[in-house]
Ligand binder design. Structure first.
Ligand code: S3P
Length: 183
């Protein structure tokens, strides 16, 4: 598929890298529909992600993630925000990669830690993370997955949301980042 308009724009990256905020704004900017896979799962199942983890475990959540991904693979031109662990299952990436441009939003453990500490209760996997060093251990396991899946990496620690959205929209239009871009 060559037409950028038909491709999904998929945002991947660790928790707290701003996937949902950036996705919401990008969809508006690009005049596309926005889907957040976590929110999709919550709607379909009628329970929050943390409740699903608590009642049925991570495995159930991962299955729901793949079911939602398969539904999206049959559609076109969406902006899709994924959960931080979405890339860990090869099947998810295999479903969307052929029909998407995948952008990895990255940031340092320090930046992410400061962003996520206030909302740790909505992210079950951060329950036992108490400092940036512990967060880095978790991030280091995932980094190669993000790298393999992504067409482009952007450091969100060094730019505001507005700049980020502008740069990605520019990339969608011209196939490269602006001169003052992030990569
Ligand atoms: C997860 C990230 C969360 C959510 C779930 C698991 C992960 O999404 O999917 O709690 O494994 O990193 P966000 O990245 O939007 O916080």
């Amino acid at each position: 598929m060559n037409d950028n308009q038909e491709r999904h724009l998929v945002l991947i990256g660790f928790m707290g890298t701003g996937k949902t905020s950036a996705g919401t704004r990008l969809a508006r900017e690009l005049n596309r529909s926005f889907i957040d896979i976590d929110q999709e799962i919550e709607q379909v199942s009628g329970m929050s992600v943390s409740e699903m983890f608590r009642r049925y475990g991570e495995q159930r959540f991962r299955s729901e993630e793949t079911l939602a991904t398969a539904r999206l693979a049959g559609q076109k031109g969406l902006v899709i925000s994924t959960g931080g662990g979405w890339v860990l299952k090869e099947e998810n990436v295999a479903l969307l990669k052929p029909v998407s441009l995948i952008i990895w939003l990255n940031a340092s453990p320090e930046t992410i830690y400061s962003r996520v500490t206030r909302k740790k209760s909505i992210r079950p996997l951060l329950k036992n993370i108490h400092n940036p060093e512990e967060l880095e251990q978790m991030m280091s396991v995932r980094r190669s997955y993000y790298q393999r899946a992504a067409d482009l990496e952007i450091d969100t620690g060094s730019c505001g949301l507005r700049q980020l959205v502008h740069d990605i929209a520019y990339y969608m239009k011209y196939g490269r980042l602006p001169e003052n871009g992030q990569v």
